[in-house]
Design a protein around this ligand. Structure first.
Ligand SMILES: *Cc1c(COP(=O)(O)O)cnc(C)c1O
Length: 410
């Protein structure tokens, strides 16, 4: 089955209790049992069943199973947000004294989280790029996980998933990939070698900008070594499922960052159109990037532009598509603000992955607390405008952006 067929007709698309075509919304906190014996078995994991929505809920499970199937994983855990997913995944494998290897230019919230983890004794090492050669020198006995963004936002650095995974695996270390901006449509991270893939579902998976959420999908292939990964030592008997079980029955459950059932439903119906939307969004972004590229004095950052430093790897890893995010440099903060303010259609909003085109000046918003060097490493400068391209008609989008940019150049 190809992507859209699998999405709509995969094995997780049927089997609901009353033959519903969509997962029913179990908007409850808890589940009622006929006898105490039954509930005891559920708590002991001896019989299948739901007890309490923080720990499990059928609507949330339907969305978890759908994304797991789409990514080719062995299981997934939904979280209250993308940040909650990243925090849970990292805390499942790291403790005080451990190290994480990642790449500079991460999502701002993730950089802040890694600063917080530093205070708990979990140290992060930053490399300039994500490939086998760039991470190898930083691996040591304290390294517990390599974490990267498949397409960094908005720097558009693309990670070499296969190369990074090979170098990490040689050293007995798993690779976790935040594929929020790539989506399962552009790349199958697990089949390229990642051991877990994380999404902020708030973005492209939901697609309509109507709920915050996150998900972690476990590839189930990594060979956890209980001596090295001491955080998982109690889960040794679960073999390749050790990470999933530690996450679900321990860190994730205890932190309490579950997804709301209603949000799981909204994410489920949003995902129905993921393939269609990504096709349209990538086509629109490509057309817009090429139109802006023609304008003198405007520097455009988009993956399908032939002179983009990650153009070649994007061709190999991302179906030759560039994703929905592009940025350009306007020349100054004032010009950036003027361009943004003179757009007719793009909404000024701090989000990506919506059906509607969204635009923002990242330096004065998303990076207003970040040190300048860290911000520049993330591909954000004083004059950067970030665009999250939507599904509007390309002609209208191009005309709007070109008029806005030209009105400022005059
Ligand atoms: C938005 C985003 C996150 C955080 O997700 P939330 O749902 O906002 O918590 C993490 N990583 C990337 C790449 C993102 O774009």
């Amino acid at each position: 089955m190809q992507f859209n067929t699998k999405l709509l007709h995969g094995k997780t698309s049927r089997g609901y209790a009353s033959r519903e075509m969509l997962p029913p919304i179990s908007q409850v906190s808890a589940f009622r049992y006929e006898s105490m014996e039954e509930l005891e078995k559920v708590f002991a994991h001896k019989s299948m069943g739901y007890a309490y929505t923080r720990i499990g809920n059928p609507t949330i499970a339907a969305f978890e199973q759908r994304i797991s199937e789409l990514e080719g994983g062995v299981g997934a855990v939904c979280c209250s947000s993308g940040m909650s997913a990243i925090a849970s995944a990292l805390l499942a494998v790291c403790g005080s004294g451990d190290e994480i290897i990642t790449c500079s230019g991460l999502y701002g919230g993730t950089i802040e989280l890694l600063h917080d983890l530093e205070k708990l004794g979990i140290h992060t090492v930053y490399t300039a790029e994500m490939n086998g050669d760039s991470i190898r020198p930083f691996i040591n006995e304290r390294t517990k996980v390599v974490f990267g963004e498949l397409i960094a936002n908005p720097s558009l650095k693309v990670m070499d998933v296969a190369g990074t995974a090979a170098a990490a695996h040689e050293a007995g270390i798993p690779l976790f990939v935040d594929a929020t901006t790539a989506t399962p449509y552009l790349a199958r991270s697990l089949s390229m070698g990642a051991d877990a893939v994380i999404h902020s579902t708030s973005k492209y998976l939901n697609g309509g900008g109507n709920s915050i959420g996150g998900i972690i999908v476990d590839g189930g292939k990594f060979k956890w070594d209980a001596d090295k990964h001491t955080a998982l030592s109690d889960y040794k008997k679960y073999g390749p499922m050790a990470f999933s079980v530690r996450l679900r029955n321990d860190i994730w459950e205890n932190i309490g960052g579950c997804m709301a059932p209603m949000n799981a439903f909204l994410n489920y119906i949003g995902t129905d159109t993921l393939g269609l939307r990504m096709e349209r969004i990538c086509d629109n972004a490509d057309k817009l990037a090429r139109a802006l590229y023609e304008i003198e004095g405007i520097k455009v950052n988009y993956l399908t532009l032939p002179d983009h430093p990650y153009n070649k790897i994007a061709k190999e890893e991302l179906r030759g598509l560039g994703g929905g995010i592009l940025s350009f440099r306007a020349g100054s903060k004032e010009r950036a603000f003027k361009i943004i303010d003179s757009l007719k259609y793009a909404m000024i909003a701090s989000n990506i992955g919506d059906l509607r085109t969204l635009v923002i000046h990242p330096a004065s918003t998303l990076y207003n607390k970040t040190a300048v060097e860290e911000m520049n490493a993330a591909g954000v400068y004083e004059d950067t405008v970030r665009v999250s391209v939507g599904i509007e008609d390309a002609e209208d989008l191009v005309e709007d952006f070109v008029q806005a940019v030209k009105s400022v150049s005059r």
